[in-house]
Ligand binder design. Structure first.
Ligand code: NAP
Length: 219
């Protein structure tokens, strides 16, 4: 199969379009024909070697986590999917999505909603799960709480705003001038332009501050 492969860490020119072996799936995995993937910060951080303590120096390495595609083979322990299912989900670390076929653990996959195409579905898994885990699992978000999302126009932030709203929070989104209307369109109650105001200087107190950007000392 064809894949975007790296054989060493570095700038974008280390990415090569090459012929490699199709993955052999484990009993708990699906083999998925990839229709779409997306790029997350972890992909370029891995390419640059910023996560080499985890990835080691085992090359070739195929980057990419997010996948939307069609199941073409199921492992012997898989119970929720069958060949032909349209799914979206994530590979396990360190990736493998930028390829014609990817191995996806059953527990990291879901049936693709019929009202999303493959490209739309491939933008969801990693970023939306990060937002959900931060707000629900770590933040223990409750209806009626005041939630501020710093980085509301970014990959994680757009899901955080929408998830917090669905869970009943009053949401303030922080982003740059050009994205204020976009963040309002996600249903944020209030928006702050970080080029004009510093949310850490205001008098408002929030129950949860989800600082996706992590450039501010909020304490
Ligand atoms: N994407 C994922 O799946 C994922 C998963 C886990 C962890 N993370 C981590 O989360 C961080 C953000 O990822 P992302 O995918 O959301 O990135 P992204 O799509 O590049 O979004 C970055 C966001 O930060 C905002 N921003 C930039 N400079 C800012 C500043 N000085 N003050 C306030 N906001 C500022 C941007 O707003 P404007 O565009 O309006 O300027 C944008 O909303 C990264 O460190 C990434 O490694 C991401």
């Amino acid at each position: 199969m064809k894949a975007m492969v790296i054989r060493g860490y570095g700038a974008v020119d280390v990415l090569k379009y090459e012929e490699v072996e199709k993955p052999n799936i484990k009993p708990d995995q699906l083999l998925v024909k990839v229709h779409a993937s997306s790029v997350n910060p972890i992909d370029w951080k891995t390419r640059k070697g910023m996560l080499s303590i985890l990835t080691g120096n085992k090359f070739p390495l195929i980057l990419g986590f997010d996948v939307a595609g069609e199941v073409v083979e199921v492992g012997s322990q898989v119970t929720r999917f069958q060949v032909g299912d349209a799914i979206y989900g994530s590979t396990s670390f360190p990736g493998g999505a930028y390829a014609e076929f990817a191995a996806i653990p059953e527990k990291l996959a879901a049936i693709k909603p019929a009202n999303m195409n493959y490209q739309q579905a491939a933008t969801v898994p990693l970023a939306a799960l990060t937002a959900l885990q931060a707000l629900r699992n770590l933040g223990n978000i409750k209806s009626g709480q005041k939630v501020l999302v710093n980085g509301a126009s970014g990959g994680v932030g757009i899901f955080a705003v929408q998830i917090a709203k669905v869970l009943g929070a009053e949401v303030t989104g922080v982003c740059s001038t050009r994205n204020l209307d976009f963040v309002r369109s996600l249903n944020a109650d209030l928006v702050i332009d970080y080029t004009q105001a510093d949310f850490t200087n205001g008098n408002v107190q929030y129950d949860i501050i989800f600082d996706v950007v992590a450039k501010k000392n909020i304490f």
